[in-house]
Design a protein around this ligand. Structure first.
Ligand SMILES: *Cc1c(COP(=O)(O)O)cnc(C)c1O
Length: 395
């Protein structure tokens, strides 16, 4: 089956959805799986379902499917919690691997929660760790032998700018640092070879390009050869070697499972499990080519029709992920006007209009139709209507 595969998704009538980088659309089969897990498994089987519906192995089974999408071996990805928690766990374990160093190197394009978690962890550890955030392009030069951990988000959430995973990981290792990649905007967006990169850790969420639904569980990868020496900061019973032995002392599982914490979110994991079916038979190389085709067409159409919008993403498609951003000082109001017309993207302060390209359920006709609406909103100044200036809590 080639791309797109729109029939597998439940897209509202009249909507062109360019926000799959923030919250993916509902895979049609996920609706039935949700009804089944709630009605039959929870409703009828009740606690027996941990065995009868094999809830107990669901986190590992889903982890193995995500592993296949990020270039990681089976057994190397644990699922659960939220990405913020997984960032905390990866960073805590990574800092523990370099006790003599006190610098966490990130960048000022990182997603705020990653930096906040690092700040909170540094305060908790209370050993004088410093979090450095140079501009993204200055990261390679900022890697030196004071750095304990390089912690970066692969694709910038505002601009789509892509870090060179292989080169930066190599530079981090040459300097003796541990590497953590946040794949929030990469998993399901482009081909990844996390094992080949040799990075120690990767983390990500599943409600963006993986379509797991709002609040779907996060994932964490740890390089298999380091797992048995990792010190988990959050020692929950689901990361214990034998949770139902109910021992009083913590003894971590001898696998990536030690990076789990508590009871898995079974309903969300079940939905995610079914959502991942849409990837069966998808070549990530083909997906990447389709993504580039859509984003190149979008940039060409918008620039031709709307000279007032300035491209805020790298022009070279090889240097961006699967999103395109345009800067426009009335971007918030313009995005509200677009959303009312059924073209759904989003806005990030101060002036970024963000559009995600998800080739599983978008085609070139969608891109041209979206460009028609953008042209109308900008050239007719439809955004001037005061109703589009009203700020919502989520932008
Ligand atoms: C989306 C995103 C998050 C969100 O974290 P949650 O804990 O799931 O809310 C974190 N980091 C990055 C880089 C993201 O893109």
């Amino acid at each position: 089956m080639s791309l797109p595969r729109k029939h597998l998704f439940s897209i509202p009538e009249g909507v062109i959805y360019l926000d799959g980088n923030s919250l993916g659309v509902l895979p049609a089969a996920a609706r039935e799986r949700a009804a089944q897990v709630i009605g039959d498994e929870w409703g009828q089987q009740l606690i027996r379902a941990w065995n009868t519906a094999d809830w107990m192995s669901l986190p590992q089974r889903v982890g193995d499917r995500i592993a296949g999408l990020i270039g990681a071996p089976k057994g190397s990805v644990a699922t659960g919690d939220t990405l913020s928690i997984k960032v905390f766990q990866a960073l805590a374990a990574a800092l523990d691997m370099r006790p003599d160093r006190k610098v966490v190197l990130s960048d000022n394009g990182n997603f705020p929660t990653d930096l906040y978690m690092a700040q909170g962890l540094a305060r908790l550890i209370d050993k004088g760790h410093e979090i450095r955030t140079p501009a993204p392009e200055d990261v390679p030069d900022a890697i030196d032998d004071s750095v304990a951990v390089v912690m970066l988000t692969h694709v910038d959430y505002r601009t789509g700018r892509l870090h060179d995973m292989a080169a930066i990981t190599r530079a981090a290792h040459d300097a003796g640092a541990v590497m953590i990649w946040d794949l929030a905007h990469s998993a399901g967006a482009l081909p990844l070879d996390i094992a080949g990169s040799q990075a120690e850790f990767a983390v990500g969420c599943t409600y963006k390009y993986l379509n797991g639904g709002p609040g779907a569980p996060a994932f964490i990868y740890a390089r298999p050869d380091i797992v048995e020496d990792l010190a988990p900061a959050l020692c929950g019973w689901m990361g214990h070697d034998a949770p139902f032995a109910m021992e009083l002392g913590y003894r971590p599982a001898m696998s990536t499972e030690r990076l789990r914490v508590g009871t898995p979110p079974i309903i969300q994991l079940s939905i995610l499990d079914t959502a991942l079916d849409v990837w069966d038979g998808v070549s990530m190389e083909e997906l990447r080519q389709a993504s580039i085709g859509l984003s190149e067409l979008f940039i060409a159409e918008v620039e031709k029709r709307c000279p007032g919008l300035r491209l805020a993403s790298p022009r070279d498609p090889a240097a961006r992920g699967s999103q395109v951003s345009f800067a426009f000082d009335q971007g918030y109001a313009a995005m509200q006007a677009l959303i009312e017309r059924g073209v759904i993207g989003d806005f990030r302060a101060p002036d970024i209009m963000r559009f995600g390209f998800t080739p599983l359920y978008l085609d070139k006709a969608d891109v041209r139709a979206a460009a028609d609406h953008i042209e109308a909103v900008i050239s007719q100044e439809i955004w001037r209507d005061p109703k589009y200036q009203v700020k919502s809590r989520v932008t």
